[in-house]
Design a protein around this ligand. Structure first.
Ligand SMILES: [Zn+2]
Length: 76
């Protein structure tokens, strides 16, 4: 399966975090993962979870992994 970046976004504990853990066969729901902000969280893959705000630490880490600068385009 093609994965554009070596991480996935997962909703957990009121924020959307990014994780480099491999996706389980059944998906991430209810699975404990290690996030880019170095937390261990249990994924809540409910519909509302995807509406949660993005974790800023994970956002920064994800941009680094993807090789693009975090934000900044609309600043200045
Ligand atoms: Zn995070």
């Amino acid at each position: 399966m093609y994965r554009p970046h070596p991480f996935s976004w997962v909703p957990a504990e009121g924020q959307r975090h990014a994780t480099t853990d491999p996706k389980p066969r059944q998906g991430y729901d209810g699975v404990e993962v290690r996030t880019l902000c170095l937390k261990r969280v249990t994924v809540d893959n409910s519909d509302i979870g995807w509406l949660w705000p993005t974790c800023s630490s994970c956002n920064t880490g994800a941009h680094e992994l993807a090789g693009v600068p975090a934000g900044g385009e609309t600043e200045e």
